[in-house]
Design a protein around this ligand. Structure first.
Ligand code: CP3
Length: 359
């Protein structure tokens, strides 16, 4: 199989030579880079006035199903900030909506599921995802890769645990008590639920890679709620199944969660090429926890951007100093851009990292 061919053999993946030689993909592969690449989780979104303008009157999930709108929103931060990668505009619950789960994204709240999934009978509602279910994703990525030129496009999905947390709780939670009740009380049902979600997630990532995404990020945003033993036993097998399912494409696989300092080694072991780190663990310490053979992504505290220019520069330098000995480093925030962030502070940050790290 050539590097340009998909494992299914049906579609050549659209990664051009210029994209393969980008600083972002080089850093993911732990190769020398011209400068440390930068992108931001949630770089497309409410921090940008041009986003708020095009989204006016269009519900979040509907906007994810309109290819021209998805293309425009994905490109907005690339135009404005000179970031080294674009992230596909969608949401982690889009594949669940696409297979008919009755859910919505409520503004200021997050995903809300009308009828939570809590019994074995409920599992039957989680059918397989086919490419036809998300044809708008294929169409949007086709449009995007043409517009992006040499800028790499990152595809993404929610990891089985984080998706399960919304499905079982019925919405955002701080404690995950209903999900953990199943995890501890009915481990067979829990394993089957996460395995179903792993298949759906893998199918969603494959659609994005086959359409032209040249890296993928698995968001296990809420895995930090778990102890290492519970993570290893009850969650890691499903996330590992997702990574394994897309291994044959040869695109870098990024694995990210919040508050996952104690899980970093396991999150690498699950099958990631790049481990995302929030701001709680310095990158040199994170590298010790992850071990050799993986790049790291992170990890400026997103709230730092609300402080003075001097403070942003000091904290940025701290991140870069801690990253100095890494095999590969992709600069990012430790979690998503907060909606009230001044977009100009993000533009300055990209420029600052590029200048400080130019080789
Ligand atoms: O720029 C990008 O990063 C790409 C777009 C993206 C969105 N959601 C768009 C979005 C990505 C990568 C996500 C992932 C996502 N969605 C995660 C994992 C990342 C993380 O933050 O940990 C999670 C947990 C979700 C679930 C979700 N969807 C939440 C918690 C919310 C916020 C609710 C709110 O209004 O505060 C959403 C909605 C959402 N997804 C918005 C955006 C831009 C805001 C809705 C809007 O703009 O109207």
């Amino acid at each position: 199989m050539s590097a340009n061919e998909s494992p299914s053999g049906k579609h050549p993946t659209a990664t051009s030579e210029a994209v393969r030689d980008s600083a972002f993909l080089k850093a993911c592969r732990r190769e020398p880079v011209p400068h440390t690449p930068v992108w931001f989780m949630r770089q497309a979104g409410r921090s940008l006035p041009e986003y708020r303008k095009v989204r006016e009157g269009i519900p979040m999930l509907e906007s994810c199903m309109r290819p021209e709108l998805v293309t425009e929103i994905t490109l907005q931060p690339v135009r404005r900030h000179n970031v080294d990668a674009a992230i596909f505009f969608s949401d982690i619950v889009v594949p669940l909506k696409a297979i008919g789960i009755d859910l919505d994204i409520k503004p200021g709240v997050g995903p809300v599921v009308e009828n939570p999934v809590r019994t074995r009978a409920d599992l039957a509602r989680l059918r397989d995802l086919t490419p036809e279910d998300v044809s708008y994703v294929t169409e949007a990525i086709g449009l995007l890769t043409r517009e992006l030129g040499a800028t790499p496009l990152i595809g993404f999905a929610g990891a089985p645990f984080t998706l399960a947390s919304y499905l079982v709780e019925g919405g955002p939670s701080r404690t995950y008590e209903n999900a953990k009740a199943i995890m501890y009380g009915d481990p067979g049902l829990w394993a089957d639920l996460l395995d179903r979600l792993a298949d759906i997630t893998a199918a969603f990532l494959k659609v994005q890679i086959e359409a032209g995404a040249c890296a993928v990020q698995l968001f296990d945003s809420w895995a930090g709620a778990l102890s290492p033993a519970d993570y290893r036993h009850s969650v890691m097998p499903a996330s590992a199944k997702v990574f394994q399912a897309v291994a044959g494409y040869g695109v870098p696989r990024i694995h990210f969660g919040v508050g996952t300092g104690e899980l970093l080694g396991l999150m690498g072991e699950a099958g990631a090429d790049v481990v995302g780190v929030d701001w709680r663990v310095p990158l040199d310490e994170a590298a010790r926890r992850v071990g050799p053979g993986k790049a790291l992504q992170g990890n400026l505290d997103p709230t730092v951007l609300f402080s003075t220019r001097e403070a942003v520069e000091t904290k940025t330098r701290e991140v870069l100093d801690a990253a100095a000995g890494l095999e590969g480093h992709v600069f990012n925030l430790g979690h998503g851009v907060m909606p009230a962030t001044d977009p100009d502070a993000l533009t300055r940050l990209v420029d600052h990292v590029h200048t400080l790290t130019a080789r």
